[in-house]
Design a protein. Structure first.
Length: 210
């Protein structure tokens, strides 16, 4: 089943049909769209990286295991939060999965409330992550419009240097720095120096690269 809408969706991947059916009904009762898959290969064939949501994943499955699926999602750059469901003997594997980026794991048997709480947290985290990535893309697009000199001024401004000091570093007049600074603030859509610094932090732009 392919999701057309972009509303957050909980994906369930488990080779046990009874588990898939139970989780689908629980998620439906919570008002959360759910899509189930009987294998990791089936999920991978249909999952869209841009689809928000979370993944509820069994650790042990025939074919591609839950851990192998998580590794493949990491390779593809998927940011969907993964919640592993495990049997008692699989807890060490679940801990390993957490080290690889899973957000949570539930040991069977678990209560409806336990699953509900974790799914809600995972969906909220996914929305925050996607919003931040979208903001990062916008910031980087604005940065791409800066001239080389404006990028130099940006790097020095965000280090906390005054216009006079920047002028000395770059070998230009203070007035020239002021003009570049005004232009870059306008292009970046920054309302203040603090706003500008936050943008560079979100964009993960290393100041030393300018």
């Amino acid at each position: 089943m392919t999701i057309q809408a972009r509303s957050p969706t909980a994906f369930v991947v488990d080779d046990d049909e009874a588990v898939r059916s139970s989780l689908r009904m629980l998620l439906k009762s919570l008002g959360i769209p759910a899509v189930t898959h009987g294998s990791a290969a089936e999920f991978l064939a249909e999952y869209d990286l841009e689809q928000p949501g979370c993944l509820i994943l069994d650790v042990r499955m025939p074919g591609i295991s839950g851990l192998e699926l998580q590794d493949e999602l990491n390779r593809r750059g998927a940011i969907i939060p993964v919640i592993f469901i495990t049997g008692h003997g699989d807890v060490p594997m679940a801990v390993e999965a957490m080290q690889h980026g899973a957000v949570d794991f539930l040991q069977k048997p678990f209560s409806d409330k336990d699953l509900s709480d974790r799914v809600q947290r995972a969906l909220s985290a996914d929305l925050r992550n996607r919003a931040q990535l979208g903001e990062k893309d916008q910031i980087r697009a604005r940065m791409a419009m800066l001239t080389p000199r404006e990028r130099q001024v940006l790097a020095l401004v965000t280090l906390g240097k005054a216009n006079k000091a920047i002028a000395g570093d770059l070998g230009v007049s203070q007035r020239t720095v002021e003009i570049h600074r005004a232009h870059l603030m306008e292009k970046m859509g920054a309302a203040s120096l603090a706003h500008l610094v936050r943008m560079t932090m979100i964009a993960d732009i290393g100041k030393s690269t300018y």
